[in-house]
Ligand binder design. Structure first.
Ligand SMILES: [Fe+2]
Length: 213
């Protein structure tokens, strides 16, 4: 039985327009995200077979595939929920996301400085990758990560709370080669309520990660 399943989109294909066209949302979710779900399930099956047969000649490739597809599934699952047609602006106390706003200011100096860092990290990915805002439990601060593919260049133990997909499949049909314009437009659909919920959950879980024995 498949362990992972493709989550339903929390809105219809047109909900993020004009920032992201319905055509992109449909292809991105129904084809690309679905392929990572299938890839993760297929790789788990292949690993089970390898264990059963004690056939380990492909272990390196299988572990790499598992990291790639599973991370792709996880990041896209966060990505869809991070966005809303009613999103945008910045996290503000009056909207009930003051804790997140404070953490951003403390970790980056200001919202503007954070926005500049995440935008730059996302827009300058070489090849395929993501710009990610993550909670880092050792310091208790937020950091920006520039993720290679879906799984590289990541600090262990950090939890993504806001993710910008910078793969060409996320924008090319609409923005062509203008990745910078796409990343700038993305800020108009960020759902800060969702980011704040993820931040609170990551913070709570991060404490238990670091419990002394
Ligand atoms: Fe993607």
């Amino acid at each position: 039985m498949a362990l992972y399943t493709l989550p339903e989109l929390p809105y219809d294909y047109a909900a993020l327009a004009p920032v992201i066209s319905p055509e992109i949302v449909e292809l991105h979710h129904d084809k690309h995200h679905a392929a990572y779900v299938k890839g993760a399930n297929d790789t788990l099956e292949q690993l089970a077979q390898a264990r059963e047969e004690e056939a380990w000649s492909s272990i390196n490739g299988l572990e790499k595939n598992l990291a790639f597809h599973l991370s792709g599934h996880i990041l896209h699952s966060i990505y869809w929920r991070n966005m809303s047609g009613d999103g945008g602006g910045e996290p503000l106390e009056k909207d009930g996301v003051g804790e997140l706003a404070d953490a951003v200011a403390e970790s980056f100096g200001s919202f503007a400085a954070f926005k500049a860092q995440l935008s730059k990290a996302a827009a300058t990915t070489q090849g395929s990758g993501w710009g990610v805002l993550a909670y880092e439990p050792l310091s208790g601060r937020l950091i920006v990560e520039q993720v290679y593919d879906h799984q590289g260049n990541v600090g262990q133990g950090s939890t993504p709370v806001l993710v910008f997909d910078a793969w060409e499949h996320a924008f090319y049909l609409q923005y062509r080669n203008q990745k910078v314009d796409f990343i700038e437009a993305m800020w108009q659909v960020v759902d800060w309520q969702d980011v704040a919920r993820r931040y609170a959950a990551a913070k709570e879980r991060g404490d238990s990660l670091l419990l002394a024995p």
